[in-house]
Design a protein around this ligand. Structure first.
Ligand SMILES: C[S@@+](CC[C@H](N)C(=O)[O-])C[C@H]1O[C@@H](n2cnc3c(N)ncnc32)[C@H](O)[C@@H]1O
Length: 183
């Protein structure tokens, strides 16, 4: 399988269906972070149809052990993602959860090297609080769309300031970017 063509096909299909996947620029940046940090264990809050998950999986797949837990609450997106994981031959390493992320995160037992938060902008601060104890020391937490949707995420900005959490805002796309926190 040609991974680049596979991802481009997925992306084109989803653009037509109006699914808000991360951009290739963002995906490539995050993939570089995974590589530099030698990440093996990822928590992704939210899957949609699996475009970002499959990008991460393609980056990790040459390691002898790795695992991605990804959470989605829409059954249609969950099943589409499952099919895409099978087609991409990465399903065995992915733990897809059909659940409301707010309810399931407190029940997760593992700790992760890398956490990616990509959805429900107004609850971003709650998600950061929920994943904090699930992230390893020196682990990376990324929150997407923090420039374009800053007005919906003011409680997140207040929370990191009030709690002296060091962060960087990185403008990756033309009109948007990520918040990166190293725990
Ligand atoms: C921006 S999309 C994720 C895109 C994906 N990370 C990518 O780039 O391919 C957000 C997804 O979050 C899901 N979602 C929103 N709130 C959720 C919640 N509380 N629990 C689980 N999934 C949720 C939506 O159904 C939607 O599919």
């Amino acid at each position: 399988m040609n991974e680049k063509n596979f991802l481009e096909e997925l992306k084109n299909h989803w653009i037509k269906n109006d699914i808000p996947n991360i951009t290739f620029t963002n995906a490539n940046f995050l993939r570089d972070l995974l590589k530099i940090k030698k990440v093996k264990k990822i928590l992704e809050i939210w899957t949609a149809n699996g475009f970002s998950t499959i990008n991460f999986a393609f980056e990790l797949k040459n390691m002898w052990w790795w695992n991605i837990t990804t959470i989605e609450f829409s059954p249609k997106s969950y099943w589409d993602a499952l099919n895409n994981f099978k087609e991409a031959w990465v399903i065995d390493y992915i733990n897809p959860l059909l659940w409301n992320a707010l309810d399931i995160i407190p029940l997760l037992k593992d700790k992760y090297d890398f956490v990616f938060i990509d959805g429900m902008k107004k609850r971003s601060k709650d998600f950061l609080e929920l994943v904090w104890n699930k992230t390893k020391i020196w682990g990376i937490i990324i929150i997407d769309d923090v420039i374009k949707f800053k007005h919906k995420m003011l409680s997140l900005y207040d929370y990191v300031e009030e709690n002296n959490i060091k962060y960087n805002i990185i403008p990756i796309d033309e009109d948007d970017g990520i918040m990166m926190i190293i725990k």
